[in-house]
Design a protein around this ligand. Structure first.
Ligand SMILES: [Zn+2]
Ligand SMILES: [Zn+2]
Length: 127
C-alpha cells in the first residue's frame, strides 16, 4: 500500500461514521501525511470505490460522500445540516416492475431524507 493510500485509509477510519466528503477526507489525511494533495485523495478514493473498499454515496445537490462501511445498509440524509445517518439493516423492500428485459438490476440505493434532532429544534436555517 502506498503512503498516500495509507493516509486515506487512516482518514476514513478517523472519520468514523460521519460519511465524509473528499474534502474532509483530505483534511484528515493531511494529519497523517502533510504533503498529500487533494487530487491524490480524489484518485485514491475513486480507486477504492472501484475495488469495492469504499462506497460512494451520491447526494443530490451536494458533494459525493464516502463510507468505509461497505456492509449493506441504508442512509438517511438530514436536509437541514447534511449529516448522513446509517440505518443498520437495509430493510426497504422495493419491487420494481417494468424493467426492460435485457437490463440487469445491480442494486437499488435508497436515500431517505430526515430532519435530525438538532435541526428539528433549531430550524432549517442553522448551519
Ligand atoms: Zn440536521
Ligand atoms: Zn453508511
Amino acid at each position: 500500500m502506498t503512503a498516500q493510500k495509507m493516509a486515506v485509509v487512516n482518514a476514513l477510519r478517523d472519520a468514523g461514521r460521519t460519511h465524509p466528503t473528499a474534502e474532509t477526507v483530505y483534511a484528515l489525511a493531511k494529519r497523517h501525511l502533510p504533503t498529500i494533495a487533494l487530487g491524490t485523495v480524489y484518485r485514491n478514493l475513486s480507486k477504492m470505490v472501484e475495488s469495492g473498499e469504499v462506497v460512494r454515496i451520491l447526494v443530490p445537490d451536494g458533494a459525493d460522500r464516502f463510507d468505509a462501511d461497505i456492509s449493506d445498509h441504508m442512509h438517511i440524509l438530514c436536509i437541514g445540516c447534511g449529516k448522513i445517518y446509517d440505518i443498520e439493516e437495509n430493510n426497504v423492500k422495493v419491487e420494481i416492475s417494468n424493467v426492460p428485459e435485457d437490463v440487469q438490476l445491480i442494486r437499488f440505493d435508497v436515500m431517505a431524507k430526515c430532519l435530525c434532532a438538532d435541526c428539528k429544534q433549531h430550524g432549517l436555517n442553522k448551519k
